[in-house]
Design a protein around this ligand. Structure first.
Ligand SMILES: Nc1nc2c(c(=O)[nH]1)N[C@H]1C(S)=C(S)[C@@H](COP(=O)(O)OP(=O)(O)OC[C@H]3O[C@@H](n4cnc5c(=O)[nH]c(N)nc54)[C@H](O)[C@@H]3O)O[C@H]1N2
Ligand SMILES: Nc1nc2c(c(=O)[nH]1)N[C@H]1C(S)=C(S)[C@@H](COP(=O)(O)OP(=O)(O)OC[C@H]3O[C@@H](n4cnc5c(=O)[nH]c(N)nc54)[C@H](O)[C@@H]3O)O[C@H]1N2
Ligand code: SF4
Ligand SMILES: [Mo]
Length: 708
């Protein structure tokens, strides 16, 4: 029996894995006592070991033949081919013709080595990762307000004291089920307030006096938050001493919210003015006399103005005196298993290890010293994910791409265009344990280890570093990604070291991160194995930092920045044309992300076999759409003209009063004609590079009972 953590989300529930007597049988998983999950697991965690011995697992390198088939080849052939393709692309088109796309599910060791591999072995600036689609808006907002970005700057257990928790665009009841335990106090006190256009499972937790559900039109949260700030200021509810002592920038923020009185906010969002006032008063009362937390999720972040929306949420929290105080706080619920650590160690286009900036000369000098390479040899910042993907196969773009831990063919915005770009590459290498939809496009698939077969560390949503441990033997043909990078670096005659032992990589990561914002130099495998709870920053000899901001924020003057933000174009909550809706996308409890993993787990696939468009019974009846009928969904902008050849979604409808009459909801876990990202578009947040995932104007048409 080995103590480790779940492979999937950022809650990183603690579990034990007990190998089965036969190597082809499924290992046994059980929940383990830990402060975040308290022994609980969700259905994905319970079934996670099934994938270790899944018949569809890739166990040999697969190379595409001239006939388009993927055939098994030996590792020597596979790696020699990768090195040859890298050399060829770079000889013909320059260093930046080779790109790397990483993932927020990689261990810290793999994420760190991947960033080093790109900059040192490949000499390319073109590296980014799927976390760009996840936490980037929240990260950008936290960095500019607090000077540092750690999703939760406090341990989850602190929520036990809360009598009010405002959850903005997070459906944790489905996306992190064991997290719901931490809301017990707030629900008992009637103070769980959920902002979601949908009556999500989390919004339903507010029933029976447990709290309030605010149901704004999609993409109107910025106005809603400006309105809450307006009430707090106009009704004298702000924490004046805190603002005076710990922040700068109140005056311009106060001016910017003056125009958003509750009745005007009601007109823009659909949230009744009295409910807005009640919410502001509740937050302020518990900030003063109880304990109040504000948490954000992807619902308010995955927008083209996501950074500004999170900034508005931070401004509200600062007005109430919450961040860093003993009576509450502000935080963001990180998503992927190592979403936090994955954004600290250098797989992001603009970063070096330790959450350092690649443009900062001191940071470059430090990291170059640790790596033993000249500072001038380190490339500058690359392109954020959307732009990186758009550059694939273009004349001056990336010609050869290596993918580690992402399934962009399903999960990137405007997925049909992304697939075209993948096909335009000269050579695509995908490291995965399964033939994901992206791997299906590859010229070469390299089979990698899964979570229970490797050692390493993960950093959970609280910034706490955890040990991932090998519990079962991997299949003979699969290799660790550290080994793969080591071998390719050797074939390329790369300078510096690319250790294949995770512990050695971690030792180097400690040195590279030392002195940076995310300082891991005091974290060791020994301390973690001894059960110490280490939250970064954790310099040498430090006990770690479970709570940030208790005395100061991370800006040089110690103060948080209040930054005025404005709502964009006027937003209307009403359905403008029959059949036209806001499309909101998101998650189901049973499936994880692109579904490459969970669609292969029989019990999860049986519970949610296909994409279904949730639509309110009112508009459905007007359009003649019955429950279970097939519908065609197109982007509204394109539905007006001729749409021949343009992407569209075909899937079944599911009548649901949980969605607003002006909104439809589609999960993004499915490929093929039900793939939500055929409809999303790649317009980006200017600060974070986050695409607009959460709202697209679409037209829905019935197509009858039979599959068209
Ligand atoms: N089951 C499951 N769990 C997961 C994952 C998974 O794929 N499946 N993925 C993990 C990852 S990487 C992440 S990032 C997290 C994500 O966790 P969440 O942020 O909880 O997940 P989402 O379902 O993307 O979005 C949350 C809610 O946002 C709402 N929403 C949509 N548009 C808007 C809007 O304009 N305003 C507001 N206020 N809300 C809106 C949706 O209705 C949805 O209920 O989950 C993690 N856990
Ligand atoms: N419309 C819409 N689109 C979205 C979102 C949304 O809410 N709406 N959410 C976005 C968010 S928040 C996220 S995080 C992204 C996630 O999007 P994806 O990148 O698609 O995430 P996964 O499905 O987790 O893909 C991970 C892949 O890596 C493999 N894998 C797992 N572990 C490892 C490993 O250690 N090494 C390697 N090499 N491979 C591994 C898995 O088998 C899988 O194929 O999707 C984004 N896309
Ligand atoms: S909540 Fe997240 S970490 Fe916990 S069992 Fe489910 S998927 Fe795994
Ligand atoms: Mo995510």
């Amino acid at each position: 029996m080995t103590a480790t953590h779940c492979p999937y989300c950022a809650l990183q529930c603690a579990m034990t894995v007990t190998p089965a007597p036969s190597p082809t049988a499924v290992a046994e998983v059980a929940g383990r006592e830990f402060p975040t999950n308290r022994g609980g697991l969700c259905r994905k965690g319970w079934t996670s070991a099934e994938l270790l011995v899944h018949p569809e697992r890739v166990t040999e390198p697969l190379l595409r033949t001239d006939d388009g088939e993927l055939v098994a080849v030996g590792w020597d052939v596979a790696l020699a081919r990768v090195a040859a393709e890298i050399r060829r692309a770079q000889a013909e088109h320059g260093k930046d013709a080779v790109g790397v796309f990483g993932g927020g599910g990689l261990t810290n060791e793999k994420a760190y080595l991947l960033g080093k591999f790109a900059r040192v072995a490949l000499g390319t600036s073109r590296i980014d990762y799927n976390g760009r689609f996840c936490m980037s808006s929240a990260a950008a907002a936290a960095n500019r307000a607090f000077g540092i970005d750690r999703g939760l700057p406090f341990p989850l257990e602190d929520l036990a004291a809360a009598d009010t928790v405002l959850m903005l665009g997070s459906n944790a009841a489905d996306t992190m089920p064991p997290f719901v335990q931490h809301l017990a106090g707030a629900r008992e006190a009637g103070g769980l307030i959920v902002v979601d256009p949908r009556r999500s499972a989390t919004a339903a937790l507010t029933a029976d006096g447990a709290g309030l559900h605010l149901q704004p039109a999609p993409h109107t949260d910025l106005v809603l938050l400006l309105g809450l700030a307006h009430v707090v200021l106009a009704e004298g509810l702000a924490h004046e001493r805190y603002l005076e002592e710990r922040t700068i920038g109140l005056a311009p923020v106060a001016r910017s919210v003056a125009q958003w009185w509750p009745e005007r906010v009601q007109a823009a969002t659909g949230v009744p003015a009295p409910l807005l006032r009640q919410t502001a008063h509740r937050l302020a009362e518990s900030a003063r006399a109880g304990s109040c937390y504000i948490l954000t999720g992807r619902g308010i972040e995955q927008h083209a103005d996501g950074t500004d929306t999170v900034t508005a949420a931070i401004n509200l929290a600062l007005l109430l005196g919450l961040p860093g105080s003993a009576h509450g706080g502000f935080g963001t619920l990180t998503g992927q298993g190592n979403g936090q650590g994955g954004r600290e160690h250098g797989q992001k286009a603009d970063q070096l290890p330790g959450y350092r900036k690649i443009t900062d000369p001191a940071a470059r000098a430090h990291v170059a010293r640790v790596w033993g390479v000249p500072e001038a040899s380190l490339p500058g910042p690359g392109l954020p994910a959307v732009e990186l993907l758009a550059s694939l196969g273009t004349d001056d773009g990336v010609r050869c791409l290596l993918v580690h831990g992402a399934n962009v063919a399903v999960s990137a915005p405007d997925a049909a265009a992304v697939r075209e770009r993948l096909r335009a590459l000269d050579f695509l290498v995908v490291c995965d344990a399964f033939l994901s939809e992206t791997a299906m496009e590859a010229d070469l698939v390299l089979p990698v280890l899964q979570w229970a077969e490797e050692e390493g560390t993960m950093t959970n949503l609280e910034g706490r570093v955890l040990r991932r441990r090998g519990a079962v033997q991997p299949p003979p043909g699969a290799r660790s990604e550290l080994w793969i990078m080591n071998r390719i670096a050797a074939l390329l005659d790369a300078p510096s070291r690319f250790p294949e032992d995770p512990r050695e990589v971690f030792e180097e990561l400690r040195a590279a991160s030392a002195g940076g914002p995310a300082d891991y130099s005091g974290v060791t495998y020994e301390r973690l194995d001894a059960g110490e709870a280490l939250h970064w920053p954790c310099p040498q000899g430090s006990p770690g930092t479970p709570r940030l901001f208790t005395d100061r924020f991370a800006h040089p003057d110690g103060r948080a920045r209040m930054i005025p933000v404005r709502a964009g174009a006027p937003v209307t909550a009403s359905e403008s044309r029959p059949g036209t809706f806001h499309l909101a996308t998101g998650r189901l409890l049973e499936h994880y992300q692109s579904g490459a993993q969970t669609r292969r787990v029989a019990s999860l696939a049986a519970a949610q076999p296909e994409a279904r468009l949730a639509i309110h019974p009112g508009p459905a009846a007007r359009l003649g759409i019955d429950d279970g009928a097939w519908v065609r969904v197109r982007r509204a902008a394109e539905a007006r003209g001729s749409s021949a050849g343009l992407p569209e979604v075909l899937c079944r409808a599911e009548l649901a009063t949980a969605v607003r009459p002006d909104t439809v909801f589609l999960p993004f876990h499915f490929p093929g004609t039900g793939s939500a990202n055929l409809l999303t578009h790649a317009s980006q947040d200017p600060f974070s590079g986050m695409p607009e995932f959460k709202t697209t104007r679409v037209v829905v048409e019935p197509c009858g009972k039979e599959q068209p």
